[in-house]
Design a protein around this ligand. Structure first.
Ligand SMILES: [Zn+2]
Ligand SMILES: [Zn+2]
Length: 357
């Protein structure tokens, strides 16, 4: 496979950096950027389409072109930089689409922005290496992410950390996601809806071993042939890559490439950071609506318990605090303020076990 020339790669990374330099590491700008992304998503996509990425995508720019073009479509919410042979991807882990609606098996978590930045960024190898011992994800890698979607939202194992298939037990919203113990939003299925932004020629995600995950079809629209047990195969045009599927495993069913497994997850990977204690399942709950952009605007999750209405409203406060207002299904009202660092950790840290994430 051809590689992008270092000069071309530097140009693309440089372009990304110069376009969005004002956003990186600036919390107030991040908040407005998120608001902007939510309110004007179609405009944003048009504005931030990278000319260089488009050239690479269309012009045979080498093996990195789909990787960079894919994340480029979600700039400035998703930002990339290189560090040696690794692409670092920064995001707050929140999508521009709706969240949480339709969930019937719910751990009472809500979406909060996550600091997937700096040393806590996502890492994708630029030069994936086939493993001499490819490993399945079945009943393994049940913690943390196995892939990263184009919009900077992590994709977890289709099995939750108790081994159940999340998509089959009401845990997921209409977009294939939900929130973990650190109020960290993530998918447990293939986010094929991202093709509305990406088109069908680009991958929808990259597995953490560095191989791309394409949609249900090849970029030319034909059906994939000869997929292996991991939903992957090798083609002359793309080399080794995975495909999404509408049933298990939904994404990559294992890692064809080299990954390091530590404490039941791919290592290293970012840590989600909670601000409030992890909670338990709420029997009879059904999430009916979600409004707002967490971190940028007041947000409200509305649900019912056995048909009785309830809600959680929350707002970011100064000093990395969050003010919550709970209206329970029995009419009880409660206010709480949580501060960053006060809650359970997500993906990157050992759990006390037994809970969904
Ligand atoms: Zn294929
Ligand atoms: Zn989960």
């Amino acid at each position: 496979m051809k590689r992008a020339s270092p000069r071309l790669l530097a140009l693309l990374i440089g372009l990304t950096g110069s376009l969005h330099a004002h956003v990186i590491g600036d919390a107030s700008h991040d908040a407005s950027a998120r608001l902007f992304a939510r309110e004007f998503a179609p405009v944003r996509v048009a504005l931030y389409r990278h000319a260089a990425a488009d050239r690479l995508e269309g012009g045979g720019g080498g093996s990195h072109s789909p990787l960079l073009a894919m994340f480029g479509r979600f700039a400035p919410a998703v930002r990339v930089r290189t560090e040696g042979d690794v692409l670092l991807i920064e995001s707050n882990g929140l999508p521009a689409h709706g969240m949480m609606v339709g969930i019937t098996a719910w751990q009472q978590q809500v979406p909060l922005p996550q600091p997937y930045t700096g040393d806590n960024a996502w890492r994708i190898p630029l030069h994936p290496r086939p493993s001499s011992n490819p490993v399945s994800i079945k009943d393994r890698f049940l913690r943390g992410a196995i892939a990263l979607a184009a919009n900077g939202v992590p994709i977890f194992n289709p099995q939750n950390n108790r081994g159940e298939i999340s998509a089959e037990i009401g845990e997921l919203d209409q977009w294939g996601g939900h929130c973990g113990r650190a109020d960290d939003y993530h998918y447990h299925a293939a986010p094929l809806h991202l093709q509305a932004v990406l088109g069908e020629r680009l991958p929808i995600a990259y597995a953490l071993d560095g191989y791309a995950i394409y949609g249900l079809n090849e970029p030319d629209g034909s059906a994939p042939q000869g997929l292996d047990a991991f939903n992957g195969h090798e083609t002359p045009a793309l080399g080794y890559h995975y495909h999404a599927s509408l049933k298990y495993p939904y994404v990559n069913g294992g890692f064809r490439g080299v990954v390091v497994e530590r404490d039941g997850q791919v290592d290293p990977q970012p840590r989600a950071q909670g601000v409030r204690p992890a909670l338990t399942g709420l029997r009879g709950a059904k999430i009916t609506a979600f409004e707002g952009t967490p971190g940028a605007t007041p947000s409200k999750l509305t649900y019912t318990v056995n048909g009785n209405p309830a809600s959680i409203s929350y707002t970011a406060e100064a000093g990395r605090a969050w003010k919550f207002h709970f209206v329970a299904a029995d009419g009880t009202v409660r206010d709480e303020t949580y501060r960053a660092g006060g809650g359970g950790k997500g993906g990157g840290k050992k759990k006390d076990g037994g809970k969904r994430e």
